[in-house]
Design a protein around this ligand. Structure first.
Ligand code: GDP
Length: 526
């Protein structure tokens, strides 16, 4: 039986940002607070900086590391925190989108100099789709950045969410003095280059307290004025609105200087949701239910090329997962048991006997899982809402070694099950089209086909704009469309039809000509 307290004490979240905004630095500071690591510099940035081919060699080398840091579990103030890592490189954005389905909330890091960047917008788009609660951390306040009020407007405009500052900066850049914590009503004073984790917090009765003048001198008037404006412009903070994903609380700080980090962490623990009921194909499933269930949101490839092992990352949604117990793999209709499920505590992996809702565990897999798979104690339902987005680069697979066509087929199937890329099949001739969001994946696929499956292939460029999933209530029009546009139709791995649009113009024409057909850039697995 799963106890309420095990559920209540868990917070499962991800930190997201545009590359370079400070995600790795903030993650590291969190781990320091959690005692999960002892020294700064222990967390590797999973960012890839070089050109395509050498990048991939780099990934290969770092594979062990990135698996270990895929999930970072630690305890802080009696709370079990599961921090899920997301790849920084935009070519792996799909991996990030899927990880976001496994969390209950996110912390979004924004660089105060650069403001809202492209990748931030996309990631937030995914959070908005699922109404995931978001807390914003405006980072790098030690650098001269944008005016904080302008930044708030930019966040609201570009991220399509209301914001509510819970702290406010006293100056910025070289004059940065710290923040006034609106939520707790205290002053948090900034010391650059502080490496220890104690902090300078001054309790005040309110901002009119004469202490504020003696500490801040000339800046006292400005912060009083700013905070008055904040209180006037923004609604009072409402935890429920935050939890529904309607309003994002905002904090200011500097991750590098460990400033404002404990402040956001403490508030996060207080307001962020513990595991919530989740939607499945049949019904809502609540974490308190006795029967275990969970879903696979990520598959990580071979750690050891000699064994074709993979690790499937499973998010537990209800009940208690137990080692060596038989569970139902709903899609395959078969039972499996797991003798060595692993949990991830910062950089260590260890075998666990049981795990609770909100936890993420690694299951060794020999090719039975694909992304979106559900495990239960027998009931047939599938967790929903794992998105696939239309790829941006398309290439046809051409077998370069006819003796190895079986290996190629198997390799392509397994790699696309892992979510490395999307596979579309086009008739006649069963032509295989691989779609990705970045160039890098083609190198990854080629390399892995060769090293893991002994197959070789080349890719033929296909100048396509997007693949749109098509659906319609109007059966006759739908069938007409499939027939008339047969040349531009392919099927994804779930057998769903997509329209391969060559240009945006062509797609617009189709949308106009076939008003009963719905063209979507996104599909949900299951
Ligand atoms: P990520 O790509 O989002 O993971 O970003 P990183 O954490 O790797 O940070 C990118 C760069 O910004 C690194 O050089 C950090 O040292 C630097 N950085 C992170 N936080 C701060 C900060 O608060 N102030 C300043 N000045 N630099 C920071």
């Amino acid at each position: 039986m799963v106890s309420q307290s095990e559920i209540q004490k868990r917070r499962t979240f991800a930190i997201i940002s545009h590359p370079d905004a400070g995600k790795t630095t903030l993650t590291e500071k969190f781990l320091l607070f959690g005692g999960a690591i002892q020294t700064a510099g222990a967390v590797k940035n999973n960012k890839i900086k070089k050109t395509a081919t050498s990048d991939f060699m780099e990934i290969e080398k770092q594979r062990g590391i990135s698996v270990a840091t895929s999930v970072m579990g630690f305890e802080y103030n009696g709370v079990k925190i599961n921090l899920l890592d997301t790849p920084g490189h935009k070519d792996f954005a799909e991996d990030t989108y899927r990880t976001l389905t496994a969390v209950d909330s996110v912390i979004l890091v924004v660089d105060c100099v650069k403001g809202v960047e492209e990748q931030t917008e996309r990631l937030m788009g995914v959070c908005r789709m699922r109404n995931t609660p978001v807390i914003v951390f405006v980072n790098k306040m030690d650098r001269p950045g944008k005016d904080p009020f302008d930044l708030m407007d930019e966040l609201e405009e570009k991220l399509n969410i209301r914001v509510r500052p819970l702290s406010w900066p006293i100056n910025g850049g070289p004059d940065f003095k710290g923040v006034y914590n609106i939520y707790r009503n205290n002053l948090n004073l900034f010391n650059a280059n502080k490496t220890s984790i104690e902090r300078d917090i001054v309790s005040i009765s309110d901002l009119q307290d004469p202490q504020v003048d003696s500490i801040l001198g000339r800046d006292a008037a400005k912060i009083r004025e700013d905070v008055e404006l904040v209180e006037g412009v923004y609604d009072t903070f409402n935890k429920e609105a935050y939890r529904k994903g309607e309003v994002a609380p905002v904090f200011f700080g500097s991750a590098l200087n460990n400033f404002g980090v404990q402040e956001i962490l403490d508030t996060f623990l207080e307001i962020a949701p513990s595991p919530l009921p989740r939607k499945t194909s049949e019904r809502m499933v609540s974490p308190e239910e006795n029967a275990f269930s969970g879903f696979v949101f990520k598959i990580h490839a071979n750690l050891d090329p000699k064994h074709r092992d993979r690790i499937a990352f499973l998010r537990i949604c209800s009940g208690v997962f137990e080692r060596n117990k038989f569970y139902q793999h709903v899609r395959l209709g078969r039972t499996f048991r797991f003798t060595n499920p692993t949990s991830f505590m910062a950089q260590e992996k260890s075998i666990i006997d049981s795990a609770y809702p909100g936890d993420v565990i690694g299951l060794y897999d020999t090719g039975n899982f694909k992304i979106g798979d559900t495990l239960t104690e027998g009931e047939s339902f599938m967790y929903q809402g794992i998105p696939s987005f239309s790829p941006e680069i398309f290439r046809e697979v051409v077998n370069a070694d006819p003796m190895k066509s079986k290996q190629l087929e198997k390799g392509i199937n397994q790699l696309t099950d892992e979510g490395v890329a999307q596979l579309f099949t086009k008739q006649p001739g069963n032509r295989k089209i691989i779609g990705t969001v970045g160039e890098l994946q083609f190198d990854v696929i080629k390399y892995r086909l060769q090293h893991e499956y002994g197959a070789s292939c080349t890719f033929h460029a296909m100048p396509l704009y997007k693949a749109c999933w098509i659906t319609s209530e109007n059966k006759t029009e739908f069938e007409n469309f499939l027939r008339q546009k047969g040349n531009h139709i392919a099927y994804d791995k779930d057998g769903l039809p997509v329209y391969l649009a060559e240009t945006k113009g062509m797609l617009d024409i189709m949308i106009r000509h076939y008003p009963d057909i719905d063209f979507s850039f996104m599909s949900e697995h299951n």
